[in-house]
Design a binder for this molecule. Structure first.
Ligand SMILES: CC(C)(COP(=O)(O)OP(=O)(O)OC[C@H]1O[C@@H](n2cnc3c(N)ncnc32)[C@H](O)[C@@H]1OP(=O)(O)O)[C@@H](O)C(=O)NCCC(=O)NCCS
Length: 162
C-alpha cells in the first residue's frame, strides 16, 4: 500500500551551524522559494561576510542540505534579524524556533540586550512564531511592504528583550 503522507520531520535530525559565506548559494535558493523579491547569492554572501554578521543555517539529510536560515547582525548592544526562512517541507517542526534560540544565545554572548526585526502585519505564521518566543510589538511602519498589484502592507517592528 502506498501513502501520500509527508514523512515526519524531526528537528532532532537537523543541525544548527554558523552560516559561512560558502552557504550563500544554498541560502539564496531557499530564500527565492519563500520571498518576493528574492535575494541573489551575492547579496546573501555580502551579508554573511559583514563583520557584524550573526547568521545560522539548519542543515539536514544526506548529503547535508540547508533547510533553514536566519540572517542577523549584532552591533553594540542590539541584534537585528534581517531574514529567516524554513523550507516548506520542514515547516512546523521547530526549525525556526531552534534557529532563533541559537541566534539569541549568540546575541547574549555578544552582550546584546535586545533583538529587533520587522515583519509584515499579515504574516500570520511569522507573527505566531515571534509571539510564542516572547517578541513584543514596538513600532509600525505604514505601507512598508509594497507589493505589485496589491495594497501596501504595514511592517510591525518587534523586539525581544534578552
Ligand atoms: C515563519 C517561518 C520561518 C516559521 O518557521 P517554522 O520552522 O515552521 O516555525 P517553527 O516550527 O519553529 O514554529 C514554532 C512555533 O511558531 C508558531 N508557528 C509557526 N508557523 C506557524 C503557522 N504556519 N501557523 C501558526 N503558527 C505557526 C507555532 O506556535 C509554532 O509552534 P507549534 O508548531 O508547536 O505550534 C516559516 O513559516 C517560513 O519560512 N515562512 C516563510 C518566510 C517568512 O515569512 N519568514 C519570516 C519573515 S519576517
Amino acid at each position: 500500500m502506498t501513502s501520500n503522507v509527508t514523512p515526519f520531520r524531526n528537528v532532532k535530525h537537523a543541525s544548527m551551524l554558523w552560516a559561512a559565506p560558502e552557504r550563500a548559494e544554498e541560502i539564496a535558493e531557499l530564500h527565492a522559494k519563500l520571498f518576493t523579491p528574492p535575494w541573489d547569492a551575492n547579496a546573501v554572501r555580502g551579508l554573511l561576510e559583514h563583520p557584524a554578521a550573526t547568521s545560522l543555517v539548519a542543515v539536514a539529510g544526506s548529503p547535508k542540505a540547508v533547510i533553514g536560515f536566519v540572517i542577523g547582525q549584532l552591533a553594540a548592544d542590539e541584534a537585528e534579524i534581517l531574514s529567516i526562512g524554513v523550507a516548506p517541507n520542514w515547516q512546523r517542526a521547530g526549525v525556526a524556533a531552534g534557529l532563533l534560540e541559537g541566534l539569541s544565545r549568540a546575541a547574549r554572548r555578544g552582550d546584546a540586550k535586545r533583538i529587533f526585526l520587522d515583519v509584515a502585519e499579515d504574516n500570520e505564521a511569522a507573527l505566531a512564531l515571534y509571539r510564542k518566543l516572547g517578541f513584543l510589538e514596538s513600532g509600525r511602519r505604514k505601507g512598508y511592504y509594497q507589493r505589485p498589484g496589491s495594497k501596501a502592507v504595514d511592517a510591525l517592528t518587534l523586539v525581544l528583550t534578552l
